[in-house]
Design a protein around this ligand. Structure first.
Ligand code: S3P
Length: 170
């Protein structure tokens, strides 16, 4: 295990960051922190409302501020929103201040998990599967900057937690 005392999970929407993160935190007896939840709490409105009132760029500013505040803490499992990697400073912060793992899944698996969820403004489009494919293509070089990649495939959250613990030796 590296000296970092925070573990961050990144990856596309629907890769299971929050579910896996919550379970991992419970096993390690660490805190679980969800960056999206912190943003909603500070803004006092939902993510779709933030996007419609301030646009994606306004959301990214709130996300950056929330991440920096969270990184002040220790012994936390941090679940990051899928687009956190679109701000280069966030990648830098996560690489320097956390042990960061990137969860991956195929576009079809992601679509099956997120379809019908109205809380993800970027996917409220006519063809969410096409949108998912496009965003993944665009973001692949960003997610690839993290060396620890975990394919979530058909694995259960419990299996993934075991794999993460094994990988990090914790
Ligand atoms: C986003 C992912 C969402 C949330 C927002 C934008 C993205 O988080 O931050 O809707 O740009 O991929 P989840 O990955 O937790 O769904």
């Amino acid at each position: 295990m590296t000296p970092h005392t925070n573990i961050a999970l990144v990856g596309f929407m629907g890769t299971g960051k929050s579910t896996v993160g919550r379970l991992l935190a419970r096993e390690l007896n660490w805190s679980f922190v969800d960056v999206d939840d912190a943003i909603v709490e500070t803004a006092g409105c939902s993510i779709p409302d933030i996007f419609s009132q301030h646009g994606e760029s306004g959301f990214r500013e709130l996300e950056r501020t929330a991440l920096l505040a969270i990184l002040q803490g220790a012994n936390q499992i941090i679940s990051c929103g899928g687009g956190i990697v679109t701000v280069p400073d966030n990648i830098d912060s996560l690489q320097k201040q956390c042990t960061t793992l990137c969860l991956t899944a195929s576009p079809d698996a992601l679509y099956a998990r997120v379809k019908g969820d109205s809380n993800r403004p970027l996917l409220q489009v006519e063809n969410p599967l096409v949108e998912i494919r496009g965003l993944i293509d665009k973001r692949a070089p960003l997610y690839d900057q993290f060396t620890e990649q975990i394919d979530t495939g058909d694995k259960s959250p419990q299996d993934l937690v075991a794999e993460i613990r094994d990988r990090l030796g914790i």
